[in-house]
Design a protein around this ligand. Structure first.
Ligand code: HEC
Ligand code: HEC
Length: 194
């Protein structure tokens, strides 16, 4: 991605964040009804291939919705809902879902998965961006406690450079991962409880 494009993208996003309806918790709750069928009323999805969005950083939710709306992240399921959303909707929905609690994972990690997963995420600097507990920050998503099936699919897409990626940093980060580590990594991340 060129520097000029990156600057333009950051400007677009900062405009999104400074819309006046920044604090739209109640608006977000009302607008979220259409999302509940797939993501759950409180953002805890019960389908393995649909991500939970409870407790995702607010800025990440805005960014993801923006990417779907603009066709830069492709998803048949999401694009039809995202294309109707205004910038104010993005903020309100993000306010609502980021404030919801993520349910604890159903499984405990096995000791070997835990130690290998920790080693891979430290060696590859995943923790530098996604934070030490892998709960995400700013435009960087939470990985801890996300569905294993969904995580594995995203990792494969990033490694194949086929996942819409806001600034390209995640596609780069995925290149160093070994294909045979992806299953373990997805399992590890899905069992983290923070
Ligand atoms: C028909 C089911 C469906 C509906 C309704 C739906 N989503 Fe989604 N959503 C999905 C699926 C499936 C994905 C994963 C798509 C992909 O692979 O990129 C997704 C992904 C997302 C993501 C990205 C999460 C991540 O961790 O990357 C966000 C944010 C999101 N949806 C928010 C919403 C909001 C807000 C609404 C309501 C306006 C909504 N969705 C409605 C199915 C749905
Ligand atoms: C330079 C910062 C950076 C590093 C290092 C990084 N990531 Fe990411 N990651 C991101 C960003 C930014 C996104 C959001 C991309 C987007 O949706 O546009 C992301 C998205 C993801 C997603 C998708 C989650 C979702 O809910 O859709 C997964 C899975 C992921 N990263 C795993 C990892 C793993 C595993 C590592 C270590 C190998 C890693 N990341 C290293 C910045 C980083």
């Amino acid at each position: 991605m060129t520097a000029a494009f990156r600057t333009a993208a950051v400007l677009v996003l900062s405009n999104l964040f400074y819309t006046p309806s920044f604090a739209g918790m109640e608006e977000g709750r009302m607008k979220s009804q259409v999302c509940a069928a797939c993501h759950g009323v409180d953002g805890n999805s019960i389908s393995a291939n649909i991500p939970s969005i409870a407790a995702q950083p607010k800025q990440f939710i805005v960014t993801a919705l923006y990417m779907y709306r603009e066709g830069r992240r492709k998803s048949e399921a999401m694009s039809v809902f995202a294309e109707k959303l205004s910038n104010a909707d993005l903020n309100d929905l993000a306010q609502y879902f980021s404030s919801q609690k993520l349910k604890a994972p159903v499984r405990e990690p096995q000791a070997d998965v835990l130690s290998k997963g920790r080693e891979i995420t430290e060696k590859n600097n995943c923790v530098a961006c996604h934070t030490a507990n892998l709960v995400g920050q700013q435009h960087i998503p939470r990985l801890a406690g996300q569905h294993q099936v969904y995580l594995l699919e995203q990792l494969k897409l990033f490694k194949a450079a086929q996942r819409g990626d806001f600034d390209g940093t995640m596609t780069s980060a995925a290149q160093a991962l070994l294909a045979e580590d992806l299953d373990l990594l997805a399992e590890y991340l899905s069992t983290l409880n923070k």
